[in-house]
Write a protein that binds this ligand. Structure first.
Ligand code: ASP
Length: 304
């Protein structure tokens, strides 16, 4: 397992994001790494601009995730992984440290699923909407697109390879962000196309509160990526938070213990980014690699 920890800043915000944890990271060429790195930097800059202007953690994580959804390289929004029949079914979630959450599953019409997840949180009495209709999206004034907008040639080719070779190891993706703002509030957002070649209708951990996303002020905000079924069964994001909140365990130790108990024990891989209630950052994965970017100032450290 790889784990990086950044001490809490004396003052000011913290921001960390991931662009997925899969074997594909190692398969990339130098040029591919550079493009992913540029995408992560752009996403970090978008989130950091919000935080530096005194904005909220929730606005910051949404700004970062929207950039990654728009970038065709990452498994979220445009360029997301395709289902077994070549469909795009997008999952996304947001959670604010105040304890409110919103999510969508199998979304096909909203250009930015994370925006729709936020509308669910802020403007409905629900938490999770499955297969949100086009009228539901446009009813919030959000941009709708034809589902073909999300499909890239690279993903079509990847689906063919996975079908032909059953390449389980190269099926991970997902993007996410966590932040703590200058007033101490935390938030998390996660967005994905799911696992390449998944059954139509399959929903992973991304839109499940406590599995692929969790936030609680004074404790932690977490966004996960990896083998979604294990993250759901292990309630991974909440397991980390519970170890901290009820067991008094540090963030890094909680992450280590959760990975051992809930992922390693299942033979499953993945990763997460987390920001503690004090602003410390932890980036961790037991997959061979994970795209990530983090920092407690405008300076960003990128792993790609
Ligand atoms: N966790 C996502 C899912 O299971 C996929 C991933 O992160 O690679 O849908």
């Amino acid at each position: 397992m790889q784990i990086y920890e950044v001490a809490p800043p004396e003052t000011g915000p913290s921001l960390a994001l991931h662009g997925g944890a899969g074997a594909r990271v190692h398969e990339l060429t130098a040029g591919g790494r550079g493009r992913h790195s540029d995408g992560l930097r752009a996403a970090y800059a978008a989130g950091w601009a919000v935080l530096a202007a005194g904005g909220t953690a929730l606005d910051a994580v949404c700004a970062s995730v929207e950039v990654l959804e728009d970038a065709p390289l990452f498994n979220a929004g445009r360029g997301a992984a395709l289902t077994a029949t070549g469909r795009v079914e997008l999952d996304a979630s947001v959670m604010s440290g105040s304890g409110r959450a919103g999510a969508v599953a199998a979304s096909r019409h909203a250009r930015n699923p994370v925006r729709l997840a936020r509308r669910v949180m802020e403007d409905t009495e629900h938490v999770l909407i499955v297969d949100p209709p086009k009228a539901f999206v446009s009813g919030f004034g959000l941009e709708t697109v034809d589902p073909e907008y999300f499909v890239t040639d690279a993903r079509r080719r990847q689906l063919e390879r996975v079908r032909a070779e059953r390449l389980a190891a190269s099926r991970h993706g997902t993007v996410g962000a966590v932040a703590r703002d200058a007033s101490g509030g935390v938030a998390a957002a996660t967005s994905t196309g799911g696992m390449v070649g998944q059954s139509d209708g399959r929903v992973g951990d991304t839109p499940i509160v406590g599995a692929g996303v969790f936030a609680r002020d004074g404790v932690v905000a977490i966004s996960c990526t990896g083998h979604g079924e294990a993250f759901i069964e292990g309630v991974v994001a909440y397991d980390v938070a519970a170890r901290m909140r009820y067991g008094g365990v540090t963030l890094a130790d909680a992450v280590r213990a959760t990975f051992a108990a809930e992922l390693d024990s299942r033979g499953s891989t993945g990763g997460l980014v987390a920001v503690g209630g004090d602003g410390r950052i932890v980036v961790a994965h037991n997959s061979p690699a994970m795209f990530s970017a983090h920092g407690t100032s405008g300076e960003v450290e990128v792993h790609a």
